[in-house]
Design a protein around this ligand. Sequence first.
Ligand code: HAM
Length: 416
Amino acid sequence: MKYQIPTGTKDALPEETRRWQYLEMRIRDVMLRYRYEEIRTPAFEYTELFKRSIGEATDVVGKEMYTFTDKGGESLTLRPEMTASVMRAYIQHNLGGQHCVNKLYYIGPMFRQERPQKGRLRQFHQFGCESLGSPAPEADVETMLVALTIYRELGIHSLNFIINSVGCPECRPAYREKLTGYLTPLGDKLSPESRNRLSSNPMRILDSKNETDQSLTQNAPMIHDHLCPECKSHFQRVQSLLDTMNIEYRVDGRLVRGLDYYTKTAYEIQSAQLGSQNALGGGGRYDLLCADLDGKNTPAVGFAAGMERLLIVMDSLQLSVPDPVPPKVFLIALGEKAMAAMSTIAYRLRSRGIACDMDYLNRSLKAQMREANKLNVPFAIILGEQELEQNICIIKNMSNGDQSSVPLDQIADKIV
Ligand code: HAM
């Protein structure tokens, strides 16, 4: 086969697309209940936006972006995530000037040039939400609840919900120094990747998946023991809110997340069903991003979650999506003249809001009846040349087999 789909991408054929549409419907339902409104931004942005937001030292910016120069000489990048784009749109359209708090959600494709494996693609899809304008821990918890509610309503109950605080510019530098002091003597024993991170981003060494790194950092200082009073009380409030709502979670000082914009709360939702790419979704607070992008100081928090990973989990839990609603009618035409007349009837029925389909192969009555049964339609309409001459057709009720003759101009009234 000469033409194949690019590595790390997937087609969604109709059966698969039905699952996507079902997920999207359930996601939108929860988002609206929490009063988040949809935002759509372009699939690409100026490269500088992602470099500035996500951070040059991150894997996403350093290794994974699809960046190209367009014919006008501009450097553009296919969006690897949405938080930066949402913040760019928020600033550009002065959304903060219109409402004190803007609650936005999105569903769409993202692009990262990673090594494909189970649950890791180069074009993947995220849903997520961003709450812009409130510094309150209640806003953090609301975004967590959006994610958890979506999973719960889809039937996924056994999840690992992990939270941490990654501090702020007030407390992080002193902690980083302490951590670097602990890690530097271990330098040679750390994995090459972690060794590289010693100077650029030592906190990420804590969430290395390498087993040696993990055991070497077992007694490393953890940021939640070194938070400034404000970050500490914020983190405590998040926990007490979750406790009051009986939401199960685990505090894990190793949770750092791979994007640089986070301050205070960071969280991840993991599933044992996923294997090594176990993060279903993640998020946190990013109070400094807006000002970093030359907007006004705007506290913000949000999350994003992978849809392909969600589908993997649903598959392994054997959670099915409802069958599609069949068309109301299957139109059976016998002979060429009847087929021409039937296509007009189909047009009229569809114009009146009645979902129907017909066979354009001029097959036998038996073959077309088989098709009607396969589609599971409530009614079949049969039109032969004889009926056509009399301006009538036969309507068959597929559940009880009853048949009646009906004038052609009264079909719609008989089946609504
Ligand atoms: P992230 O952790 O980079 O965060 O991505 C969120 C989720 O997207 C991951 O947990 C995973 O489910 C999915 N994901 C990421 N990369 C891939 C991939 N290559 N293939 C399949 N799924 C993937 C963010 O993107 C942040 N913007 C989240 C956020 C929103 N923080 C605050 N607001």
